[in-house]
Design a protein around this ligand. Structure first.
Ligand code: HEC
Length: 400
């Protein structure tokens, strides 16, 4: 398949991934919001006797809605019961296809960084896949221990374990590869929660109701727990998905720490909204300024404080052009010589003086402030060369 058709395939799948992801996360936000805003019906009233545990009125899109949630199950099942699962399954499937196309077929470029670990493609892929499925096994096991009864402690343990995974993966993969795998781990846990716990729990409720038996509330409660976990996972996972546009995150020396800290901000923000939904907006409000400040503290701490690069002898442009010719132009050329590319990635060409000067800011972001480029450092750029380019830019990026 030609590379251009491949690009279209990527685009199509990525589009599906975003659409299904929005539908899934939207449903997660909506139902957790709904659940937390329910008010109990009048005591001993008709609804209460029918088993309604909470109700809610809303207006949206020009119409009134009345929703009621049964404590366990309604006395009789309706003809049409809506289930929410395909959003989750298709988000996971499309994500997994993307991961495979980009990071597994392109492992040498996207997943492996020789400077981090010199591993073979097969090893890298096995570790990647193992991390996804292994994490689910560990998480699911933890959910079955008594720890699950202590929500806060459970959350903290999970957070530390995921941070450990981020650290471990960052010792094996490229920064991007490590980030995307943490995202895929969380996504896999979320989708497996739907498939392995939430859906079976709901099926048990429905089948008991169909048989007219008194349903056991336990599977429903377990499903609820997992659904709440999924809700807290949403913001960190969204951050990871956009992070690959920001090399200062995955390209940072302590990328795993940046990831953990920003994920913590996401969890705090989610927690604030969940408190607000329970009518505790005032008590929770402090979380918003804390998240805001924390985000900027992370940004400040993660910004590279390179020593003033302009110091030192003038770097002649010819030298810079030579470095870029050797380290970047195999991919970033009108006709790349690298086998993996038929066209310059992201349209970035670094062949002529004018092109290099025009792209100086992005060159600095990608290959001086961070080592996001060259991808996987396939062209083996040295620290010395990175500094040289940084110095040339600090000295005014002139053409002589
Ligand atoms: C092995 C091929 C390869 C090499 C070598 C390479 N790049 Fe890239 N570059 C890519 C790919 C692929 C992308 C698109 C990444 C993405 O999808 O986000 C890219 C993207 C970029 C971008 C655009 C980033 C953005 O999203 O705005 C810049 C700037 C860049 N590279 C600079 C460089 C510089 C500077 C070098 C040399 C120091 C270099 N690249 C070496 C493959 C390469």
């Amino acid at each position: 398949m030609g590379i251009d058709l491949m690009e279209w395939l990527h685009l199509g799948i990525r589009w599906i991934h975003i659409i299904t992801g929005i539908a899934w996360i939207g449903a997660s936000f909506y139902f957790i919001w709904l659940d937390m805003n329910l008010t109990p019906p009048e005591k001993d009233g008709r609804k209460d006797k029918d088993g309604v545990g909470g109700e809610l009125w809303a207006i949206h899109g020009g119409g009134f809605y009345e929703v009621q949630k049964y404590r366990v199950a309604p006395p009789a099942l309706p003809d049409h019961l809506h289930w929410f699962k395909y959003e989750a399954y298709f988000t996971w499937l499309s994500g997994f296809v993307l991961l495979t196309l980009l990071y597994y077929f392109g492992a040498e470029i996207y997943l492996i960084d020789q400077n981090v670990a010199d591993i073979s493609t097969d090893t890298a892929i096995l570790i990647g896949l193992g991390s996804l499925f292994g994490s689910w096994v560990i998480y699911d096991f933890l959910c079955k221990t008594p720890l699950i009864r202590h929500q806060g402690v459970f959350g903290l343990v999970l957070f530390l374990l995921l941070t450990l995974a981020a650290w471990g993966l960052s010792q094996i993969f490229s920064g991007r590869g490590a980030f995307i795998h943490v995202g895929a781990i969380i996504g896999t846990i979320m989708a497996a929660n739907v498939m392995m716990v939430i859906m079976p729990g709901q099926r048990a409720l429905v089948s008991a109701a169909e048989k007219g038996e008194e349903p056991d509330p336990t599977p429903g409660l377990k499903a609820k727990q997992r659904s709440l976990h999924n809700n807290y996972f949403t913001l960190p996972v969204l951050f990871i998905m956009i992070s690959n546009h920001y090399p200062m995150t995955f390209g940072h020396e302590f990328s795993w720490l940046v990831l953990a800290a920003i994920a913590a901000v996401g969890v705090l923000v989610r927690h604030y909204f969940n408190m607000k939904n329970q009518g505790k907006a005032k008590q929770g409000f402090i979380l918003l300024p804390i998240s805001f400040v924390l985000f900027f503290v992370i940004a400040w701490a993660a910004t590279p404080r390179t020593e003033d690069l302009s110091e030192g002898p003038k770097v002649p442009f010819a030298q810079v052009q030579e470095i870029i010719q050797n380290r970047c132009a195999s991919c970033h050329a009108a006709k790349p010589s690298d086998e993996g590319f038929d066209t310059p990635p992201k349209g970035v060409k670094l062949e002529t003086a004018a092109q290099i000067i025009r792209e100086k800011t992005r060159i600095r972001q990608q290959s001086v402030d961070t080592d996001a480029m060259p991808l996987g450092n396939v062209t083996e750029m040295t620290e010395e060369e990175r500094k040289m380019i940084g110095r040339w830019i600090a000295q005014g990026a002139s053409k002589d």
